[in-house]
Write a protein that binds this ligand. Structure first.
Ligand SMILES: Cc1cc2nc3c(=O)[nH]c(=O)nc-3n(C[C@H](O)[C@H](O)[C@H](O)COP(=O)(O)OP(=O)(O)OC[C@H]3O[C@@H](n4cnc5c(N)ncnc54)[C@H](O)[C@@H]3O)c2cc1C
Length: 384
């Protein structure tokens, strides 16, 4: 006989772990199924840090979700006593009418988000070398999150609240059964009232109609040893985004003390732009010399004292939608029994504390109080 739950969460990563927590802490029976460990480095959440910011250049419609995400990160930190959000401020630079600066200013103006204009950058952040023509802004209430620690803390609290979490148990298939859902794994068959699909780069395996729309790409991240350490250390240096590449933009983080954050060691930098399309099960994890050079050249150009030697190079996966906006919705055709969060297009982690809550509400048929209409699945499909 199959074991039955109120909800099954398929994929316990960035979005699935908080969904398990919100469901279990509200008293529902929940089973989280994860194909690897919690966390792991094969999907979208590895790499020590993720930027969180509110003056959202991608679209100001995200700001109400961000307000909720900030509030949820704070209350979860208070509940657990774990620091997951580290406020460092965030420096934005680019041409005044470029995608980044234009979008940041629009969101800040629409929602009154504190934003400082920096005219003499050398006086305030001497580490940067930027063209005189660039506009530079600083968002004080921005910083970074620790993704692996956040996921494991959500998973732990889900367990404390009574969830069942199974690791190394890949879901093979799901289908409607009676008034609920049946899920088959390599170890068993389970049934539930609702299914939450948070499979990240593997989402289209479970929602084939989305396969032509979701493009998984391989992204490269680097950690380098700066020539001088102190100017780049946490406390002395902000997170940053510079809109100087065509296409995309470079971004980075301060050097984090290993004792508190674990590795990798050094100054982290990456390029935000969809990389090479890949099959998530067959990713080449070796980083080429040409890929290293792109990152190293960006650091040398933007942070002249930032590059001494390369320390670590890693890969991670984006799951991109055609418009680079997320999909958070019910899957059409299943009477609101299947909720989905996918296609986070390289900018989703900061929202996970709010997305988990929204998914718990969707799964249990509650009213959604956040404006997620612009993230509807009907942008890309009309039926399953
Ligand atoms: C290099 C890089 C930098 C980024 N920087 C930022 C940033 O600065 N700020 C930001 O907000 N966002 C950032 N992001 C984006 C953010 O990390 C992602 O949007 C987010 O992690 C996506 O979460 P997810 O839950 O969809 O995927 P994941 O976290 O990968 O979770 C999906 C889970 O589903 C599991 N799964 C899949 N198939 C199965 C199956 N068959 N059975 C069981 N389990 C399964 C997977 O193993 C995985 O654990 C970055 C991403 C990358 C790659």
């Amino acid at each position: 006989m199959s074991k039955s739950f109120d909800a099954i969460v398929l994929g316990v990563g960035s979005m699935g772990a908080p969904a398990c927590y919100y469901l279990a802490s509200r008293g529902y029976t929940v089973l989280g199924l994860e194909q690897f460990d919690i966390p792991h480095d094969q999907g979208s959440h590895a790499g020590q840090s993720r930027i969180i910011r509110k003056a959202y250049f991608e679209h100001s419609d995200y700001v109400p979700l961000l307000e909720r995400a900030y509030a949820n990160w704070k209350s979860f930190e208070q509940l657990t006593g774990s620091q997951l959000y580290f406020p460092t401020g965030l420096l934005y630079a680019g041409t005044s009418d470029g995608l980044l600066l234009k979008g940041v200013k629009e969101s800040a103006a629409r929602f009154n988000i504190p934003l400082e204009s920096i005219s003499a950058i050398k006086d305030r952040f001497h580490q940067f070398n930027l063209p005189d023509s660039y506009e530079v802004m600083f968002e004080p209430d921005a910083g970074f999150l620790t993704p692996e620690r956040a996921i494991v803390t959500y998973a732990e609290q889900a367990l404390v609240a009574g969830a069942e979490l199974h690791t190394k148990e890949p879901v093979l298939e799901w289908k409607p059964e009676g008034s609920g859902i049946q899920v088959k794994t390599n170890r068993g068959v389970y049934t539930s009232q609702s299914l939450v699909i948070t499979a990240g780069p593997w989402a289209s395996n479970f929602i084939p109609a989305l396969a032509p729309k979701l493009k998984v790409t391989r992204q490269v991240i680097g950690w380098v040893n700066p020539k001088q350490r102190a100017p780049f250390q946490l406390g002395n240096f902000p997170c940053w985004m510079v809109d100087d590449s065509q296409p995309g933009m470079y971004y980075g983080f301060p050097v984090l003390p290993v004792g508190k954050f674990g590795g990798p060691i050094g100054l982290k930098v990456a390029h935000h732009y969809p990389g090479t399309p890949v099959n998530p099960d067959q990713v080449n994890r070796n980083v080429s010399t040409a890929e290293e050079e792109l990152l190293v050249n960006a650091i040398k150009r933007i942070l002249p004292q930032g590059y001494g030697s390369t320390h670590t190079l890693k890969t991670c996966l984006y799951t991109n939608t055609p418009d680079e906006n997320f999909i958070i919705d019910y899957l059409p055709g299943y009477d609101n029994r299947v909720a989905i969060a996918a296609g986070f297009s390289g900018h989703g982690f900061k929202f996970s504390s709010a997305v988990g809550e929204v998914l718990a509400d969707l799964a249990m048929g509650k009213t959604i109080n956040l404006p997620i209409g612009f993230l509807g699945i009907n942008r890309f499909m009309t039926s399953h």
